[in-house]
Design a protein around this ligand. Sequence first.
Ligand SMILES: *Cc1c(COP(=O)(O)O)cnc(C)c1O
Length: 383
Amino acid sequence: MSDQHVYRADLRIDVDAIRHNVRVLAGRAADSGARTMVIVKSDGYGHGALTVARAALEAGADRLGVAALGEALQLREGGITAPVLCWLFTEGDEFGPAIAADIELSASSQATLARIVAAATAQDRVARVHLKIDTGLARSGCPADLWPALVEAAAKAEAAGRIRVEAVWSHLACADEPGHPSIDMQAERFARAYEQARAAGLDPIRHLANSAAVLTRPDLHFELVRPGIAVYGLDPVPQAGDHDLRPAMTFRSSVSLTKRVPAGESVSYGHSWTARKATNLALVPVGYADGVPRSLSGRMDVWLAGRRRPVRGRVCMDQLVVDCGDDEVREGDEVIVFGPGDRGEPTAAEWADELGTIHYEIVTGMFRPRVTRTVVNSEAEGT
Ligand SMILES: *Cc1c(COP(=O)(O)O)cnc(C)c1O
């Protein structure tokens, strides 16, 4: 684990952890007879979409899912041949190249379906389509009143050999609050939409479950589940027990300068913190440009030289200052800004709680132009 390299701002991506998490999740799905689509949108929640995609497929995932068309095409360019679903489009998106690349496309409206059919016709190929029903998130998805017409149109296009309707699907609003009444309500609406698709002559699979539902609602696994955040080792339902997930991202840096300051010296912009007694300070060359929120100034720790230590004063664009008391720390010493938490270091979940957000937003926002990503993949070593 002790990489010799001294990092400035590096995201260590633990591929073994990703594989472990996928085995856990795909195992849960398999217990209900379901397959697993791993969601790698937004560059694999900041972990690297291709890295995660390959690890997920090795560990038992069958499919991949992304939001934007460019993300789907990047997976293909990276050599991924597994089924890929893409679900969020603009009028500027061209479906022809996507269909030619065997990307499966979601349709929430007849207008989108018509564009897919036109592109498939032009390509002389059969487009694979997932019809999305809005069961209560009121985001993407077809409203229930327009659904019968959508499934009729899809059945017609399927009969004409233009599309193959792979799935009927939807997304849950409150799965991270187990027992929330909306979950059963959405499940009921989903069942009705599926029946309508069957009645129209379609024979689709169903998928509804995000990570939280994979972990807490086996009755909603159907034929396929769509975990995202849990693949990265972050638990969306920690209140529902220990789910044996391992966070895959560690943000690390190193001490670039140390100094002893006397009592009465103030630290960083605005002098918001003043030393009550002489202390050793360690300068760490990461700041808000590297994803450390400035609003954590004065309320965050880092792991340095064997223990947690407080960050003092303001987090700057490029730097932050750590209070080491009378402990000797050295330039080059590794700093864990956040990690899995195994040693007691801060975690992305802890940052999220402190900031009033969710760990999804933390990890997804960490990879930036100056930040490097180092993939650690022990199972691949020696092969
Ligand atoms: C992001 C996303 C998921 C994965 O959700 P998690 O909560 O990260 O498991 C699944 N389905 C859709 C449509 C999504 O947008």
